[in-house]
Design a binder for this molecule. Structure first.
Ligand code: TA6
Length: 282
């Protein structure tokens, strides 16, 4: 174990390094494999806002099922290449990230992490990528893409957050409106339902940019604030997919809901410019 700062320590578990944070406001766990936040628990109520599969593979051999996977430099298979071997959701969630900076502030613990290799097969840009995390009375995650090249670069991305819910069948999502593309219906366009409840596999790209959403189940409300996005992705695999995925238990779908702050329409970043996607959770 290595003490990194007053509130943060580095521990090694099952072949991956974890940063464990315990400060005045909250606790959090971040895997350096994937730059992957696994847990965020405000001390005000002791409730983990994030969900990790009981069957998650935690040895660095596969992206961790749960927490906040970093999808970059593409979302899904939106890499624009003919190469079908390119990994879903990009390649940085399968890399070991390094700690760039950690500091304590009077509002929490601030960290900056970077992937080991930003360039990769399928990405034509020249960029730097930084994950800036603030762990306090809310969890603030910023994914910062900076164009270091002489030509514009294009990317898509998502903060693919798995939120914990008591029971998906008694969960409602508020704050979304307008049209969405339904991946379970060949991306046909539908209107956002009101109330927004869940009773089957749900895989939707909402084309609106709400700044604030709320995930409500019973008396628990998780607030999600987004910036820099062009869409919000909502996903629950439901029973069949949950059963078919090796890193999900058959009943795993009941206690999770992905609400993802995403860029799913190609974002162009000019030379020396940067683009930031932000998700704040409380
Ligand atoms: O964000 C929703 C989604 O694109 C779903 O279609 C499903 O594939 C999910 O991501 C999980 O993807 P993964 O590659 O982590 O299994």
């Amino acid at each position: 174990m290595e003490q990194l700062s007053e509130s943060a320590r580095l521990v090694h578990r099952n072949n991956i390094d974890l940063i464990e944070i315990d400060n005045r406001w909250s606790t959090a766990t971040i895997s350096l494999f994937g730059g992957h936040i696994l847990s965020y628990v405000p001390k005000s109520d002791g409730r983990d806002r994030l969900w990790v599969s009981d069957a998650a593979i935690m040895d660095g051999s596969k992206a961790i099922r749960g927490g906040i996977p970093i999808c970059w430099p593409w979302f899904g298979d939106l890499h624009g290449q003919a190469d079908t071997s390119l990994p879903s959701h990009g390649y940085v969630r399968n890399q070991t990230w390094r700690i760039i900076h950690i500091q304590e502030s009077d509002t929490g613990t601030q960290l900056q992490l970077a992937p080991s290799c930003v360039q990769g097969k399928g990405f034509l840009g020249e960029a730097s990528l930084l994950l800036d995390v603030h762990v306090g009375d809310e969890l603030c995650i910023s994914l910062i893409t900076k164009n270091l090249g002489d030509a514009s670069l294009s990317y898509t991305a998502a903060l693919h957050t798995y939120f914990a819910v008591d029971d998906i069948k008694h969960t409602e999502l508020t704050g979304l409106s307008g049209e969405y593309k339904d991946k379970t219906q060949q991306f046909a366009i539908f209107q956002t339902p009101e109330p927004y409840r869940f009773s089957a596999e749900t895989d939707r790209v909402h084309l609106c940019q709400p700044s604030s959403l709320s995930i409500n189940n019973n008396d628990k409300h998780t607030l999600v604030h987004s910036e820099g996005h062009d869409s919000i992705v909502v996903w629950n695999p439901w029973a069949d997919k949950s059963t078919s995925m090796a890193d999900m238990t058959n009943e795993g779908f009941r206690n999770m809901l992905c609400v993802e702050t995403a860029v799913t329409t190609t974002k162009v970043v000019a030379p020396n410019e940067k683009h930031v996607i932000v998700q704040r959770i409380r």
